[in-house]
Ligand binder design. Structure first.
Ligand code: NAP
Ligand code: MG
Length: 501
């Protein structure tokens, strides 16, 4: 397979035969079974088949991984390595991810059901780029000397925290892990990574690549398992210094509690969202906006934390605009994720599919109108597929407007004045992202300031770069991934006051 080609597999079984997915934990530089010997089935949502047996790590395994991570941290081969050495090693790690991109992309797709073209062109290159970026950052950050009286030298230095627990979701399995690993490792920490139970395979695979790149054994440990066991054990562990979490707001709150009940470990949370996507009638190219609205909710099967799930459209253009969005959505129908041309894949598992179908029923029961879709499709495959769904006549108090669906469901709400649009946009517990389309620069600036969210896009959607911070306001969490700002949360400030005689 060439570097740019999209890997092909005739079926999930064919991919499994070629990849032989590893399902064991990775601790202290080697693949190991859970101490209990327990495993669980890793199921592909493409056809419902079992693709690997995965180690069901629990508290004992987490404890073992944390002890190894702590020992590696204290030994200092990574934590006290020169920043230049960490830089070169992380850049090598990123290169190895790129060299294994075809394999990793196929693994990601059979594990969580996203289209193979997305895995190959977005997730895996994005993960490599992230690790590479933080490698580059490792030796670009200097400490400070404070402007004190000249009788002292007051050095304000940043030190790694120690052992980081990284707990990540299933929607962008490797990419979300990389957002944590990059800055945590670049600043010298050890990491214990728990991937989501639905999608553990790429995290398990790259642990070996990290060691191959020269990251010392113990610095990156991977403990697959369930949230209630492995995840909770990380949250409650007395020797984990910080948890970097991406997932639901509900579980994010658990991590705050775990911290309070244990060692007051630092917590950073990237949680859910209910992004408002505002269309003002003055924007001249409504087809362009409709294209962005459709992809903004249907990309990755709608399993995106910042998905533009609430369309706030001016009442004067409502029917015309929804028709334009539906036209684009016709071209984003689910298909076999292993086919190169597929644009929408499978929901991650049967549970998530049922959850989304439940929200569709709730929308109907609350009086919203199905303008498009609304059903499970491709049942004969044994997979978990839902068609792009658009609800019209939604009011912001409905369940489908308030709760995060995490599926391909768009809720269209109308407004008449800009102020009203802003009020509706902010009438949510979430604050991850927002977007608006207008040609008026004053309105653009004012609304962007008024939306309470960590990112606001103007005349685009989901634009970003590894150099820009990402994260939420309100119950979407706190702390930022991406950009050099992300490095701050994996370090603590220390003042060294040196009095001159
Ligand atoms: P989730 O259920 O909150 O799970 C996230 C992680 O937490 C998984 O590894 C999970 O393990 C673990 N976990 C679950 N219950 C736990 C518990 N009681 N104690 C400790 N750990 C526990 O979220 P998800 O369903 O995987 O992902 C979807 C959510 O992630 C959505 O809400 C989405 O908005 C959010 N998300 C946010 C961002 C962002 O950057 N803001 C990005 C992507 C996704 P198991 O898998 O074993 O349950
Ligand atoms: Mg899976």
């Amino acid at each position: 397979m060439s570097a740019t080609a999209i890997p092909t597999a005739a079926s999930v079984a064919d991919a499994v035969a070629r990849l032989s997915p590893e399902g064991r934990a990775f601790i202290d530089g080697a693949y190991v079974d859970a101490l209990s010997g327990e495993t669980f089935d890793c199921v592909s949502p493409i056809d419902g088949s079992v693709i690997a047996q995965v180690a069901a790590c629990d508290q004992a395994d987490v404890d073992r991984a944390v002890k190894g991570a702590r020992a590696a941290f204290e030994k200092g081969a990574w934590s006290k390595a020169s920043p230049a050495k960490r830089k070169h090693t992380l850049i090598r790690f990123a290169e190895l991810i790129r060299e294994h991109a075809d394999e990793l992309a196929l693994l990601e797709t059979i594990d969580m059901g996203k289209p193979i073209a997305d895995s190959r062109q977005i997730d895996i290159p994005g993960a490599a780029k992230t690790i590479n970026f933080y490698g580059e950052c490792a030796d670009k950050v200097s400490d400070e000397i404070a402007p004190t009286d000249p009788s002292a030298v007051a050095m304000v230095v940043r030190e790694p925290l120690g052992v980081i627990g990284a707990v990540v979701p299933w929607n962008f399995p490797l990419l979300m892990a990389a957002w944590k690993l990059g800055p945590a490792l670049a600043t010298g920490n050890s990491v214990v990574l728990k991937p989501a139970e639905q999608s553990p395979l790429t995290a398990i695979r790259i642990a070996q690549l990290a060691v191959d790149a020269g990251i010392p054994a113990g610095v990156l440990q991977v403990v697959p398992g369930f949230g209630e066991t492995a995840g909770q054990a990380i949250g409650l562990h007395m020797d984990v210094d910080m948890v970097a979490f991406t997932g639901s707001t509900e579980v994010g709150k658990y991590f705050m509690r775990y911290s309070g009940e244990s060692n007051l470990k630092r917590v950073s949370l990237e949680c859910g969202g209910k992004t408002p996507h505002i269309i003002l009638p003055d924007y001249p190219d409504l087809d362009k906006a409709a294209e962005a609205v459709a992809w903004g909710i249907f990309f990755n099967q709608g399993e995106v934390c910042n998905a533009g799930s609430r369309l706030l459209v001016h009442e004067g253009i409502r029917d015309d605009f929804i028709a334009r969005v539906a036209k684009v959505a016709q071209g984003i129908q689910p298909g076999n994720p292993l086919d190169q041309g597929t644009k929408m894949g499978a929901m991650v598992d049967a549970t998530q599919m049922e959850r989304v179908l439940g929200y569709i029923e709730a929308g109907k029961a609350d009086g919203a109108t199905v303008a498009m879709g609304g059903s499970r499709v491709m049942q004969d495959t044994g997979g978990c597929f839902i068609e792009p769904t658009i609800f019209a006549d939604v009011t912001n108090d409905m369940k489908i407007a308030q709760e995060e669906i995490f599926g391909p469901v768009l809720s269209a709400i109308t407004f008449s004045e800009v102020d009203e649009a802003v009020r509706i946009a902010n009438d949510t517990v979430y604050g991850l992202a927002g977007a608006l389309w207008t040609r008026d620069v004053s309105t653009a600036h004012k609304v962007a300031r008024d939306i309470k969210a960590g990112v606001v896009w103007v005349n685009c959607f989901d634009a970003g770069d590894i150099t820009t911070p990402f994260g939420g306001f309100k119950q979407s969490g706190f702390g930022r991934d991406k950009s050099m700002h992300a490095m701050e949360k994996y370090t603590d400030l220390k003042l060294i006051w040196l009095q001159l005689d």
